[in-house]
Each structure stands twice: as C-alpha cells, then as structure tokens.
Design a protein around this ligand. Structure first.
Ligand SMILES: C[S@@+](CC[C@H](N)C(=O)[O-])C[C@H]1O[C@@H](n2cnc3c(N)ncnc32)[C@H](O)[C@@H]1O
Length: 373
C-alpha cells in the first residue's frame, strides 16, 4: 500500500539558494542552476527549501515548519505537500515512500538519466571537440587524458549545456541518446509518478524521438515502477524532420541535409533501446511521416503524450491525431514551446480551438506541460 503523504521522504534534486526579491521581504526567487530560470516562492517555501536535506522525512519537516511559522500541523503538512508537488513538477524535489525499493529505483533512474544525456563520460565530447579543432599534435595522449582539468572551464560549460539540453555547438544532439536535458527528463519522471500513483490508464507516446533517449526513459519509468504492461510508442520518420512546407514554419529548416544529427535510423534507435536492455514487445514503433502514421495509429489510450517535433505542422499533426486519446489525468508535454515560435503557435491555436483551460506549466527554458482534466 502506498503510504500517505506525510510519511514520504523528500529529496532535493538540485542545489540552489533562494534569493530575496528586492523590496519584498516575503518573496524569494529560486534559480535553477542549469537554466537560470527563477521560480518565485514565499517565505515558508524558502524555509522548506533551505531545510530540505538529502533525505528528509515529511512528517518531521512539517512539524518544524509549524513551529517556525506558528501555524497548525495540518496547515503545515498541507503547505509542505503542495510545495513538494509543485517543485516535483518542476524537477526541483522528489518525494517517495522512503522504502529501500524506492531508493534503489531513484538511483537506477538517476543513472539512466545521466547515461541518456551522456553525463557519465562527458570528457569524450570535449576530446572530440579538441581533435576536430586542433587535429593530431604532439603530446596528444596527455592532452586528451587530462582534458577535464586542463580545459576545466570548457568542461564545466559542456556539462552545463548537456544538463540543460542546450544545443550550443550541437552539444545536446551529437553524442547523447537524448537532447532534452535533465530537467525535462525529470519532468517525465514526475508525470509518470503521478500517472502511476493516481491509476491513470494508458500508454506513453513520444512523437519525435531522434536517437530515442526520451522514449527510452519513458520505458525505463514503466519498467522501474512495475508498470511494464503499458506500452511505449515511438513516432518518427527515422530520417529526420520534413522540409518546412507551411508559411508558419518558414525559416525553420532542420531536415536531414541541414541537421544530420536530428535524423536517427530505426535500427539505430532499436539498438539504443537494446543498450539499456529496454527493448521488448511493449515498445512499439510508428515509422513514417506523422501525417501518414498518426491519424490511424493503433494507439488506444495515452497517459503521457510527449511531442518533440520542433515545427508548427508536426506539432499540430501530433495534437490533432493524439490529443483525444489522452486520458483524464494524463499529461501533454511539449518540448519546443519556448524554443520555437512555430511550435508554440501550434499549441496555442490548438488549445484555443479546443477551449483547453488547464494551465500550462513551464519546465525549463523551452519545455512545457499540462495535465488533462
Ligand atoms: C528534436 S528531435 C527529438 C528529440 C528526442 N525527443 C530526444 O529525446 O532527444 C525531433 C524529431 O522529430 C522528428 N519529426 C519531426 N517532424 C516529424 C514529422 N512530421 N514526421 C515524422 N517525424 C518527425 C524528427 O525525425 C526528429 O527525430
């Protein structure tokens, strides 16, 4: 049985310090270290954040919160739960039941995220950059060996780009199984946890998979939570983006000849799933252009729909074909909303056309999600 909320453990996922808002002693900004996006929080939330340690028992923390702010224990527990819920959605904190199984799952998923974003061996990327830039040279072996220390500033910048899923020098796309960065991966973890905890039925689907990393993580979440009977669907041309064909997408040409790193073949993606031991019959592929594959796709119900296809037309096609399959309580996640105006236009038009009032939550510098009522 799932323990009630006050029995849960809370973990802070990122290191950040609340900064007081000028001229308002009751408000603080919590800056995400990877994205520098501020999240405004009140004094009690800032207190909770500061008092969160590696593993904190929610009941004890609520008791201390009640004492610190002179509020009743129920109000403190409720406030704490609401804060954890919001910050979990944004990838700042995680809550679990504190069991050894949950600890182990969190460690597996943490390792999986790092592996998918290529944060286990990031030095290799800097080594390749050096070779591309400067070519063979005397003392090469030593320079490559020590690159993390001899080029410490570049190394830190590279890791920050990869954690953040920023594509400067194509650092997000070239050598990682996913380009979506840790915060958007963390958001998927949050969505999956809510879906499982609340018993929302349905499969997970990613439209726009590239090398498959985001979808591999979706499958990893299902398996790690004992929900492996759900399916994970991957929709992609497996030959990159289409050339822009609509006025709305003019100027956003990412097709294979222009952006070869955005085109991963079907076999390569399957091999990537095999690398993580996550390929099975429950992983289903929809190869081809969305216009051809999505309208008649044999997908019945979705608990998570993740759209990561950059363009207006591709985003629109995915929403038109799949939104009605998302169950109440399910999540719609859009990767490129803030990065690419055409994607944003497709989402805004769709939501306006359907009268969708569920609030949009920003995940990081680009991604957003909403939960369907
Ligand atoms: C930015 S990449 C996806 C990144 C991926 N989600 C990850 O985890 O790294 C965009 C993908 O969308 C696919 N795509 C975009 N529009 C498409 C369309 N209309 N039909 C099929 N695939 C499309 C491209 O082939 C490409 O693989």
């Amino acid at each position: 049985m799932r323990p009630s909320r006050p029995e849960r453990c809370i973990r802070r996922l990122v290191a950040a310090t609340p900064v007081p808002v000028p001229d308002d002693s009751t408000r603080f900004d919590l800056l995400h270290p990877d994205t520098a996006l501020p999240y405004r929080i009140n004094a009690a939330s800032a207190w909770i954040w500061t008092n969160l340690e590696e593993e904190t028992d929610a009941e004890t923390l609520a008791g201390r919160l009640a004492g610190a702010f002179g509020i009743g224990p129920d109000a403190a527990a409720e406030g704490l739960a609401a804060f954890v819920e919001r910050m979990s959605a944004l990838g700042f904190v995680a809550a679990d039941d504190g069991s050894p199984e949950a600890r182990l799952r969190a460690r597996y998923l943490g390792l999986l995220k790092s592996a998918l974003a290529n944060l286990l061996y990031p030095e290799h990327e800097l080594r390749i950059e050096l070779l591309e830039r400067e070519g063979p040279q005397p003392d090469l072996a030593r320079r490559l060996r020590d690159i993390r220390y001899s080029n410490a500033e570049q190394f830190e910048a590279l890791v920050a780009h990869k954690r953040d899923g920023r594509n400067w020098r194509q650092r997000a796309t070239r050598f990682s199984h996913t380009m979506i960065g840790l915060k958007r991966l963390q958001n998927l973890e949050y969505c999956a946890q809510r879906v499982f905890a609340d018993g929302v039925p349905g499969d997970f689907l990613e439209a726009g998979v590239c090398q498959g990393g985001g979808a591999i993580f979706l499958r990893g979440l299902q398996v790690a939570h004992g929900e492996g009977e759900r399916r994970t669907w991957l929709a992609d041309s497996f030959e990159g983006l289409p050339e822009p064909s609509l006025e709305q997408d003019r100027g956003y040409d990412f097709h294979e000849a222009v952006q070869p790193w955005l085109a991963a073949g079907l076999e390569a993606v399957k091999d990537n799933f095999r690398t993580y031991d996550l390929l099975s019959d429950a992983v289903r592929f929809l190869p081809g252009w969305f216009a051809d594959t999505l309208p008649g796709a044999p997908v019945e119900r979705l608990a998570i729909l993740r759209i990561d296809a950059d363009l207006y037309l591709s985003t629109k096609q995915a929403l038109d074909a799949l939104y009605d399959k998302v169950e109440p309580g399910g999540f719609v996640v859009v990767d490129d909303y803030h990065a690419f105006p055409p994607c944003r236009a497709a989402v805004d038009e769709f939501r306006a056309g359907r009268g969708i009032a569920e609030p949009i939550t920003r995940i990081d510098w680009t991604g957003i999600f909403w939960r369907k009522r």
